[in-house]
Design a binder for this molecule. Structure first.
Ligand code: GLN
Length: 328
């Protein structure tokens, strides 16, 4: 018999499959090739159960969602104090690629989820040279996904040749002493990390790993130290959805991160990882269907972190007991 939660996801999929609002990102030329019909939803529990529907094997580049994981690695490499000196933890209320606030106040990028902060974060990843740094990053992503991951070279090159705004930010940050002189190396590493190929299932396993205090629930491998889970989830909660983060926290209330190729990942601590892939984006650069699916999941299962006392702590129990009354 089909699990009621699986049926719930299938109903959600059918409900939103025909929603065509939004546009596919095109400022990175290679991303414009995405099919606007692609759509998948995956939920992985901290005890390894998987519920999913849609184009699950469709690969796409992880884009900004990579910032979450690079931040975890930089924290492990340099510690919280160094990170806080170079990258803040304040939401900006500005678009993810805004350069304007870099020239104000502390000269420090506001948070690791916007491009400036992410480039500064990635510049702190340790390694003897560029090859060692990208290999360490790929290895870290492998621990999260449980499988080998690779860089999509055409997307990397496409962003590398057109990413002038990111390049301008990196130079400004060098000018202010926020990153070191290896500006092009930091940018290449950032463009490469954004171009790592994943599918929706991978993203849900990655989210479940964060929900599971850093241990991949499928492989049992640790991907990040438990010490930094709180830091990572905090910046996801306040900054992960860019200049929609306030509304997202209000409506959905789950730490999350989106990317311009259409991925969206959400972490219900100690319960489940949720991922949606749909390349149609709203004006903030967030997946339109992704937001709608998360709104429904949050409302129906009381996943908002302030839905107390009945809230998300009982979700896992519900999925395990097969008694969930689930209809969209
Ligand atoms: N690589 C993209 C960029 O730097 C990531 C942006 C995003 O996914 N929001 O513009």
């Amino acid at each position: 018999m089909t699990h009621p939660f699986q049926s719930f996801l299938e109903e959600l999929y059918l409900k939103y499959r025909d929603l065509k609002d939004g546009t596919v990102a095109s400022y990175i030329p290679e991303l414009a090739k995405a099919d606007s019909n692609w759509f998948s939803i995956s939920v992985v529990t901290v005890d390894g159960k998987v519920f999913e529907v849609g184009d699950l094997s469709q690969l796409f580049t992880i884009q900004s969602i990579s910032k979450v994981f690079a931040y975890g690695m930089a924290l492990e490499d340099r510690g919280r104090d160094t990170l806080l000196q170079k990258v803040g933890v304040e939401p900006t209320g500005d678009p993810f690629n805004s350069i304007i606030r870099l020239d104000e106040n502390s000269k420090r990028p506001d948070n690791p989820m916007v491009n400036a902060g992410a480039i500064a974060t990635t510049s702190l990843i340790k390694g003897q040279n560029a090859t060692e740094r990208i290999n360490r990053l790929l290895e870290m992503f492998r621990n999260y996904t449980g499988r080998d991951v690779f860089v999509d070279v055409p997307v990397f090159m496409s962003e590398r040749t057109t990413g002038h705004r990111n390049r301008a930010m990196a130079h400004l940050m060098y000018h202010f002493g926020m990153i070191d002189e290896k500006i092009d190396e930091a940018l290449d590493l950032y463009f490469q990390q954004c171009s790592i190929l994943v599918n929706c299932h991978d993203l849900a396993v990655m989210a479940a790993t964060l929900a599971n205090k850093g241990i991949n629930p499928i492989t049992g491998d640790r991907a990040v130290s438990v010490e930094y889970i709180r830091d990572i989830l905090s910046v996801m909660y306040t900054c992960g959805m860019y200049n929609y983060a306030g509304r997202w926290s209000y409506d959905v209330g789950i730490p999350a991160k989106s990317g311009v190729s259409g991925g969206l990942l959400a972490v219900v601590p100690n319960q489940v990882g949720i991922a949606i892939f749909s390349p149609l984006l709203d004006t903030h650069g967030n997946s339109v269907r992704g937001i709608r699916v998360c709104e429904e999941l949050s409302r129906h299962f009381q996943l908002h972190i302030f839905d107390l006392p009945m809230g998300c702590t009982q979700f896992l129990q519900k999925l395990s007991s097969k008694d969930s009354s689930t209809s969209v």
